[in-house]
Structures are given as C-alpha cells and as structure tokens.
Design a protein around this ligand. Structure first.
Ligand code: 13P
Length: 353
C-alpha cells in the first residue's frame, strides 16, 4: 500500500523532475551544522579575522548573514534547489529568499552520527525519532524536498561490513518512505568515503553494493522511485592509494556511469553528485566527463538510458565565495557564485566552462 495519495505522488514526481530539468540545473547544498559552517568561515578567513573570538550570538548572526548573502547571490538560471539546515529554515526564515525566485527549498533530515558498536570505524546515522513530525514542520515552512546523508566506510579490504551496509540501506529506505509520507522528495545520499586505501575498482564495488541494497530496501518500504533523487559520491581511488595521483577524469567518468547503469533503477528521477571536499575544478571536471561520456553513448549502450546526472554540491560551489564574503567583498561573492554555478550547469550537460 503506498503511503501517499495519488495527488501527493504526482507532486513528488513533479518536484523531483523540477530539480534536474531543464538539463544542467542542479542543487546547492547548504545544510552544514552551525559548527561545520563556523569551520568553513574560519578556514576562509585571513589570520587577523581568524584570531577573533566570537560569542554565540555573534556566531549565530554571522551564519545568518552568510546564508542571506549566499541565497541572494545564487543564480536561479543554474540552481534548481537549495538544501537548508533546520535553523536556517525554521529560525532564520530565509526560505522566501529562494522560493520567491523559483528555487525549490530542501531540508536536511539526517541527524548526527554514532559509531556502530561492533565496527566503530563505521557510523550509524541518527534522526528517525520524530522524523515525520520534523519533516511535516519543514514542509509547512516551505520545504519541498529533503536529504539524508549516510557515510559509507571504504577500505581496500574489510570495510564496509555487511552490518554497516545493511544498516545504512535500511535507514535510508525508511527515511525515504517517511519523507514521501510528509510530501517531501527524498534525496538519498550514500557518501562512499575516499580517505583510505581503496583503489578505483574497489570504490566502484562498494558504490554498487550500497546503491543496490538501498533500492532493494526502498522496494520493501514502498518508496515511489519516480519521486526520489539519488545523491552519490563519485567513485574514486582513496587518498592513501598511489593511483589517486594519476587517475583521470575519463577513468572516473567510466567508473561513475558504470555504477549508475548497474545499480540505479531507470524509474529514479535523477542523480545529483556530492562534491565531497574535491576542489571545485576537479568536481566539475568529473561531472563534465561523465556527462560527455553519456552524451556520446550510442543507443545500444546502457549509458544512453541513464537518468539526468547533475550536482548537489556544497563546498565546490561556495568555497571561493565564502573567502570573498569573510573579507567583505560582496561584488566578488556574486561573481564567484555565478562562475561556479554556471560551471556546474555546463558540466551537467557535458560541457567544460
Ligand atoms: P559537498 O558537495 O561539500 O560534499 O556537500 C554536499 C553534501 O550535502 C554533503 O552531505
């Protein structure tokens, strides 16, 4: 039995499509916790600003002002949706800055991480308690989609464990069902980590395992796939593997298209990649390369039948702009958001900026 009416189902499908069409459009992720955004702004600052001691109220005010500046600057020709942290939506009330310009508002649904007791290198994601109530409140405040990030450990051997994969797949599918029940399009985010020693083939294998398991559990929970998006990482060698230095965008593109073709049902509305701390030029080059590969695929290739491959970048979109903002250079904030949003929009169509 579907957990939403046919009217809600049509709305979910329409919103999911609006997030990835017209081709090229994608999402700006701004759902860092207050602690994480303080680090972004601290790292963006020069030494004299770094020395400053901020009170809690000053920090809060700075977060609000940075968000406001970013939302005023982000161009709606290229950006379909923005993901907000609950404070930004419910306390700062900044959603109208986006929705008034036709940008769809999203909400971070996942909570904090807790180590798996039997495998402390892996982390369970909290936040299922009160999830329906919280997502209904977000919808009442203007949200139309939500996201849940699950960090998937990935080493050459050993991680992820079966228990870790099962836990994340089950949690993500339950979240997706509840999000649709609340009338919000779920953005399902398995973030396969790349800080260890896996090579590209191992990263591909782990991506396929987790994504296939997520859709098996989505089926069990009655999730309407047409009203969902997938937000995966790009498969890539780990930072501790020698091939990290030599891997090309074309190799990443082939690995990425292979993972999506093998593990994402064609009913899914779209795939929006996270940037994962990659430099903006690297993240956009991977996105451009995978779309160029797909665009060139002949009709008999499975790559010609993939859903739109776009972006849901945080750091790769805002990193440079944050540096200008902390130094009070407001014109450059706008120019920089324009530059990287356009680069992402081009990349999502297979073109280099
Ligand atoms: P990054 O693009 O900085 O990885 O952020 C996307 C995101 O939402 C991570 O959860």
């Amino acid at each position: 039995r579907p957990n939403h009416s046919s009217a809600v189902a049509s709305k979910l499908i329409e919103t999911a499509r609006e997030l990835v069409y017209p081709r090229g459009k994608g999402i700006y992720a701004t759902d860092e916790t207050p602690e994480a955004i303080a680090v972004v702004l601290h790292d963006a600052a020069d030494e004299d600003v770094k020395q400053k001691q901020w009170t809690e109220d000053e920090e809060r005010d700075r977060r609000r002002r940075w968000r406001e500046a970013a939302y005023n600057a982000i161009p709606s020709e290229y950006i379909s949706g923005v993901i907000l942290f609950s404070e930004t939506l419910l306390d700062f009330h900044l959603a109208p800055l986006l929705s008034d310009r036709g940008i769809i508002v999203g909400i971070r649904a996942n909570g904090e991480l807790r180590p798996l007791p039997n495998s402390p290198e892996e982390f369970l994601v909290q936040g299922q308690d009160n999830l329906l109530r919280d997502l209904q409140a977000a919808r009442a405040a203007g949200a139309r989609f939500s996201k849940w990030r699950a960090p998937i450990a990935c080493t050459a051997t050993g991680l992820p464990t079966e228990a870790g994969l099962d836990a994340h797949a089950e949690t993500l599918a339950q979240y997706a069902a509840v999000s649709q029940e609340a009338g919000l399009v779920p953005v399902i985010e398995p973030d396969v980590e790349f800080k260890e020693d896996a090579d590209l083939a191992r990263s591909v294998e782990v991506h396929e395992w987790i994504i296939a398991r997520i859709y098996a559990r989505c089926r069990a929970h009655g999730v309407l796939l047409e009203g969902t998006l997938l937000k995966p990482s790009f498969p890539q060698p780990g930072l501790k593997h020698a091939s990290r230095e030599t891997v090309t965008a074309e190799q990443i593109a082939l690995a990425t298209a292979t993972v999506i073709a093998r593990s994402v049902p064609s009913a899914v509305a779209g795939v929006v990649f996270l940037s994962g701390g990659l430099a903006p030029s690297i993240a956009t080059s991977y996105l451009a390369a995978v779309n160029a590969l797909v665009n060139a695929a002949p009709p008999e290739s499975p790559f010609s039948r993939l859903p739109p491959l776009s972006f849901s970048f945080g750091r790769a979109l805002q990193g440079d702009a944050a540096r200008h903002w902390v130094h009070g250079d407001d014109d450059k904030v706008k120019d920089t958001f324009e530059k990287w949003s356009r680069a992402c929009w081009l990349a999502a169509q297979g073109k280099q900026a």
